[in-house]
Design a protein around this ligand. Structure first.
Ligand SMILES: [Zn+2]
Length: 391
């Protein structure tokens, strides 16, 4: 037996349904209520018209929006890269292994240590309003360690991504072709049962366009759907390959030609922007305005990982996107909710239309604009996931 709950006295409700409320993409309803029945949204609208329910929650004139959908993170890891970050931010060069440091620590960790670390960061994200997250392997880079990472991740989310092609590990440095053969062969066979997605870091120094195509095509043949780390550090073939293979998302999109933007605008691949990475590496910002003006669907996510973007905070990414990537507050909130859902090809989340999963975030603010207007302030004061209040 499910029971129904109305959350009422909502000053601003973000539905992401343009047929509701003010007709904008956010579908804003003022003086609103949401009815949850079981794990689903049963009704949304003006509070004065809400149907009778078993339970009642008073939102106190605050804001309710769909839970954030973080469609890009790397949370199965061990170890720490504080020194590397400190050196980078102190203007010193730091030549120790970067990603290889995390690979060594991850391989050395026990299952229990890896899972404890994962659940720690998931709880941290949940407290900041994230109700759906994708996470990847990519710090194991052996058959056993990649499969283990995915098996652990799959206990906590349905959105699991096989990223054996993160970098060529040191043990294969003199024979990258053999590593690609492993990623598309034995490693893929071991990993595919635990994953929904396959990803590749398509970049100079990682995997080139031909290797990326071979890896994603092999994954697709095993029932995995492609997504790509594309055009982060330099121009390259990643974005065009993503569109050609109908990848759900091309992630980073920092260095784009006009042809890349056109391809995204004419395809069904979402551009996922990850401003935590540019913030934490003092790199050039992706030009969200250019993508939005071309009609590209944009998602915003954290890229949470211990090297280049160690934030689990979607609100922080929204503030960066508005301040430094020329997104409007409305666009940034849409991209962090409905955009993330599109990047995961999910229609049940990212909006608060009747029938949607009851994933909601309550902000201690009268409007969603405060997510960008009050950067760094912990505004999230309630979270429901699948109809259950968890924060
Ligand atoms: Zn990433």
């Amino acid at each position: 037996m499910s029971s129904s709950t109305v959350i009422t006295n909502i000053a601003t409700l973000v539905t992401n349904d343009p047929s509701l409320g003010d007709g904008s993409p956010l579908g804003l309803v003022q003086d609103a209520a949401v009815v949850i029945d079981g794990d689903r949204v049963a009704w949304t609208g003006e509070a004065s018209k809400a149907p009778a329910t078993d339970n009642r929650v008073d939102a106190g004139g605050r804001t309710v929006l769909p839970g954030f959908v973080d469609s890009h993170s790397h949370l199965v890891f061990a170890g720490d890269r504080t020194q590397e970050f400190n050196a980078r931010m102190s203007g010193r060069s730091y030549t120790a292994g970067g990603i290889r440091t995390t690979v060594a620590a991850t391989r050395a960790a026990s299952d229990a240590e890896l899972e404890a670390n994962l659940t720690h960061y998931l709880a941290e994200a949940l407290r900041q309003g994230t109700t759906t997250f994708e996470t990847k392997s990519g710090y194991g880079l052996t058959v056993e360690d990649e499969a283990r990472a995915l098996r652990l991740a799959a206990r906590h989310t349905d959105e699991v991504t096989y990223l054996g092609a993160h970098i060529v590990p040191p043990d294969h440095a003199d024979d990258p072709a053999a590593y690609v053969a492993l990623v598309t062969g034995e490693m893929l066979d071991a990993c595919a049962p635990h994953a929904r997605w396959i990803d590749v870091f398509c970049e100079k120094g990682a995997f080139d366009g031909d290797q990326a195509r071979a890896i994603l095509t092999a994954g697709r043949a095993k029932g995995l759907h492609p997504r790509i780390h594309a055009n982060q550090l330099s121009y390259g073939p990643g974005v065009q390959l993503a569109v050609e293979l109908d990848a759900a998302s091309a992630d980073h999109c920092t260095h784009l030609t006009d042809d890349d933007v056109d391809a995204l605008a004419n395809g069904s691949t979402v551009a996922t922007l990850l401003p935590g990475a540019e913030f934490s590496t003092r790199a050039k910002w992706p030009d969200a305005r250019r993508l939005l003006d071309a009609g590209v669907t944009v998602a915003l996510s954290t890229d949470c990982n211990p090297g280049s973007s160690f934030t689990s905070s979607v609100p922080f990414c929204i503030a960066l996107a508005v301040r430094d990537m020329r997104m409007t507050p409305d666009e940034a909130v849409w991209s962090a909710t409905a955009g993330g859902a599109a990047a995961l090809r999910r229609t049940d989340i990212g909006h608060l239309t009747p029938g949607a999963r009851a994933d909601l975030t309550l902000l201690d603010a009268p409007s969603h604009v405060h997510l960008a207007y009050r950067p760094g302030v912990p505004l999230v004061s309630g979270v429901w996931r699948g109809g259950v209040r968890v924060v």
